[in-house]
Design a binder for this molecule. Structure first.
Ligand code: HSE
Length: 433
């Protein structure tokens, strides 16, 4: 039956871990994917940096180092971009769009920094730009936000969207190990890059948060508008305290509507109760927890990285886009009609856990409580553990602004009786000491 289908030629930019899986599945499942696409899908050309690298099972004549010739090829209808990075990916995608080709990309950094330019170019030219694989790998969260939840009002998204940091925090929690120790293990297992900055300092999650927030709140959000903190400062003591409170520390990507109908988008470590569904997301898995006015709470869970899981998301996009090309139509796209303001972190209200090393003598607790009260930060709970002449005070605040909390911490740090402010970590959900 497929021999009667019209041919739809695909060009691919990049052939690394993800590209190789896309090529494998396009070849292995050619008949079924073609039937679903209403067109015979043919991987026609693949642009790579090094043509001599061995790529088992793939016809060597497909490969070229001339990526411009792939996006300019009039025979090619659809481009898959899996090369990553900003340039030359940005220029090549713009050129492909200019040449009337629809594009499927997994490039979160590019979309989070230059999305506006790319979405506008695709809209103007009347082609599809699909990017399900850019956030949380195999989890179909972008289509869900763009299509399934388009009839609802999303109020909040809380995601674990970086597998490397979730792996590290899981091991710290379950095995009591230090950040550096688990990072080294993650690097040897291939979860973490030799330069782990993008993952451990939250840049990767921030790009994904920007994309999620944009779709959920019908507003263009860029990566530089996302407040970001990584996990390199989390200590075994922080993890142990969280555990003693029946909480777990996770790196969360949060996008939420504020009371003023603005949006807050942020990535930072936070304590969440062990009873929260996200607390059960272990190792390198990802999950996205969505709250919507009518739907209520939803959670999407799965593999956020890796060749085959990411290729699954890309092929879903390829089939959808191919169908649109065959029907001379376009898929639903992201919108920016709401154009909401992204608020500064200073204005956001959250609960905080503050660990203090203090002198254990009379009047200390009262003075510390006074420091919080002076900045209008209300204390929810305090717990004290003796340490010889010193004590550790664990304070959990009621919801307070970042600005008020920062002033409180400054005040505490300047007090003689406070030996050290050991850590300040946000708490999402209800804290129970
Ligand atoms: N490095 C990412 C992670 C996967 O650890 O989840 C790609 O975004």
């Amino acid at each position: 039956m497929n021999s009667e289908l019209p041919v739809l030629k695909i060009g691919m930019l990049g052939c690394g871990v993800v590209g190789a899986q896309v090529a494998r599945l396009l070849t292995q499942d050619a008949d079924e994917l073609s039937t679903r696409s209403l067109a015979k899908l043919v991987l026609a050309r693949v642009a790579v940096r090094d043509i001599s690298a061995s790529r088992e099972g793939l016809d060597p004549s497909l490969f070229t180092t001339d990526a411009n010739s792939v996006v300019a090829d009039p025979e090619i209808d659809l481009i898959i971009e899996v090369m990553g990075g900003i340039e030359p990916a940005r220029s090549l995608i713009l050129l492909a769009i200019e040449n009337g080709k629809s594009v499927v990309t997994a490039n979160k950094a590019l979309l989070a920094n230059h999305g506006d330019e790319l979405y506008s170019a695709a809209e103007k030219k009347g082609v599809d730009l699909y990017y399900e694989a850019a956030v949380a790998g195999a989890i179909p969260i972008l289509r869900t936000l763009r299509e399934s939840l388009v009839g609802d009002h999303v109020t909040r998204i809380m995601g674990i969207v970086n597998g490397t940091t979730n792996f590290i925090l899981t091991k710290m929690d379950e095995e009591g190990r230090a950040f550096e120790d688990v990072l080294a293990q993650a690097q040897s297992l291939g979860y973490a890059e030799a330069d782990p900055t993008a993952d451990v300092e939250g840049f990767d999650a921030a790009a994904k948060a920007a994309i999620l927030a944009g779709l959920a709140f019908h507003t263009r959000v860029t990566a530089d508008e996302v407040y970001r903190e990584g996990i390199s400062g989390i200590t075994p003591d922080d993890v142990a305290v969280a555990k003693s409170m029946n909480h777990v520390i996770k790196l969360l990507a949060i996008a939420e509507l504020t009371a003023e109908d603005h949006i807050s988008v942020r990535v930072h470590p936070a304590l969440i109760p062990r009873t929260h569904p996200l607390a059960a997301v272990r190792d390198a898995y990802n999950a996205v927890f969505v709250e919507a006015e009518s739907a209520g709470e939803l959670m999407f869970y799965g593999r956020g990285a890796g060749g085959a899981p990411t290729a699954s998301a890309i092929l879903g996009d390829v089939v959808a886009v191919a169908r649109h090309i065959m029907k001379d139509s376009l898929g639903p796209r992201e919108s920016d009609y709401a154009d909401r303001d992204v608020v500064r972190i200073d204005e956001i209200r959250t609960q905080y856990l503050i660990r203090l090393d203090v002198a254990d003598k009379s009047g200390v607790l009262a003075a510390i409580a006074q420091a919080f009260a002076s900045e209008n930060v209300s204390i929810q709970t305090v717990r004290q553990t003796g340490r010889g002449g010193d004590a550790e005070l664990i304070v959990v605040t009621h919801s307070a602004t970042e600005e008020a909390l920062a002033s409180t911490v400054k005040r505490l740090a300047s007090m003689d009786m406070v030996r050290a402010v050991e850590s300040v970590i946000r708490v999402e959900g209800v804290a129970q000491l």
